[in-house]
Design a protein around this ligand. Structure first.
Ligand code: IPM
Ligand code: MG
Length: 367
């Protein structure tokens, strides 16, 4: 098979550390799968602002377009917080997602058995949890026009527009129905149809699309209730589908169920097999450069890359098993170290837990 091209964008804060570790895991898994990878690096976010004057340089977007998959760390940090909205590091990430047409963001919240104690919920509520949030990623209030702050009657008025066209709703709904069909066959669509017309349309289109998926059981939930249900009884869910902003919020909530935001990977996909893979967490500037960050979300994002863009589900399974094994051995970065930890747990840094995953991958031991 021809070499597959991967663009790596380490970004800001802890991005370079977690990506550095995940890159080694990616290369190891590729060798084991007989896949040849052509890996290049680019700049995005704050580092790009500092060195190229823009958060998404044209070269980066071109390189991303030409690649089979992009692995991203995180963007942003206090250093760039005072910039106007359209010049911030986050704008680069949003531009990259939109520029590649990656409208479907998959955020699985999976509870690793050894981490059930690390959740902020009682362990019986989260043990065995396996939910998938499908977040629309290139529309909604994140991208709607008009937007901005203007002076009206001598005071500033801020505005964003929550907008979805039918085709945008239908294509994300289809992704969610397909995925639900391959899992337990339950899909919950999250909206605010009691207040917002745009999500009334969302509900209508999702319901109409359901006719093509008779094997999937569709339900609807208002977003406030969904937030509550996620912390009350998360195991009632299988696949959730929702718009850009609700998905952003609910995926952080779901992440905490699994023990830490440092555990949640994501895949952003479009109409082709190309994908962008990134941890759900941010750049965590407070711990950047200290070898403290949890690289597992990025490593698990690499697993998703093998599954969704490199058509190599076996490699994805092996990476996930290696992560599970390292956790079972008691290795923990500080974010997943249970308070009053049972003996047998050991706090380690980014590189040590990364090395342990690599070794587990090399030996391929089953627990
Ligand atoms: C996420 C992040 C981003 C988002 C930010 C950094 C633009 O919070 O991926 O969840 O809001 O989409
Ligand atoms: Mg977010």
């Amino acid at each position: 098979m021809a070499a597959r091209s991967i663009l790596i964008l380490p970004g800001d804060g802890i991005g370079p550390e977690v990506v550095g570790v995940a890159r080694q895991v990616m290369q190891r898994a590729a060798v084991d799968s007989g896949l040849e990878l052509k890996v290049s690096e680019g700049i995005l976010g704050g580092v790009a602002i500092d060195s190229a004057g823009t958060s998404l340089p044209e070269d980066t977007l071109e390189a991303a377009r030409a690649s089979d998959a992009v692995l991203l760390g995180a963007v942003g940090g206090p250093h760039w917080d005072d910039l106007p909205m359209d010049q911030r590091p986050e704008k680069g990430l949003l531009g990259l997602r939109a520029g590649l047409g990656l409208f479907a963001n998959l955020r699985p919240a999976l509870s690793f058995a050894p981490l059930a104690q690390a959740s902020s919920l009682k362990s019986e509520l989260v043990a065995g949890l396996d939910i998938l949030i499908v977040r629309e990623l290139t529309g909604g209030i994140y991208f709607g026009e008009p937007r901005g702050v203007e002076l009206i009657n001598n005071e500033r008025v801020g505005r964003n527009t929550y907008v979805y066209a039918e085709h945008e709703i239908e294509r994300i709904a289809r992704v969610a129905f397909e995925l639900a069909g391959k899992r337990t066959g339950r899909l919950c669509s999250v909206d605010k149809a009691n207040v917002l017309e745009v999500t009334q349309l969302w509900r209508e289109v999702v319901t109409r699309t359901a006719q093509d998926y008779p094997d999937v059981e569709l339900s609807h939930m208002y977003v406030d209730n969904a937030g509550m249900q996620l912390v009350r009884a998360p195991k009632q869910f299988d696949v959730l589908v929702t718009g850009n902003m609700f998905g952003d919020i609910l995926s952080d909530v779901a992440a905490m169920l699994t023990g830490s935001l440092g555990m949640l990977p994501s895949a952003s996909l479009g109409a082709t097999g190309q994908g962008l893979f990134e941890p759900v967490h941010g750049s965590a500037p407070d711990i950047a450069g200290q070898d403290k960050a949890n690289p597992l979300a990025t490593i698990l994002s690499v697993a998703m890359m093998f599954r969704y863009s490199l058509e190599c589900g076996a490699a994805a399974d092996r990476i996930e098993a290696a992560v599970d094994q390292v956790l079972a051995r008691g290795l923990r970065t500080s974010d997943i170290l249970t308070r009053g930890a049972a003996t047998g747990m050991r706090e380690v840094g980014t590189s040590e837990i990364g090395d342990a995953v690599l070794r587990a991958l090399e030996t391929g031991d089953e627990r």
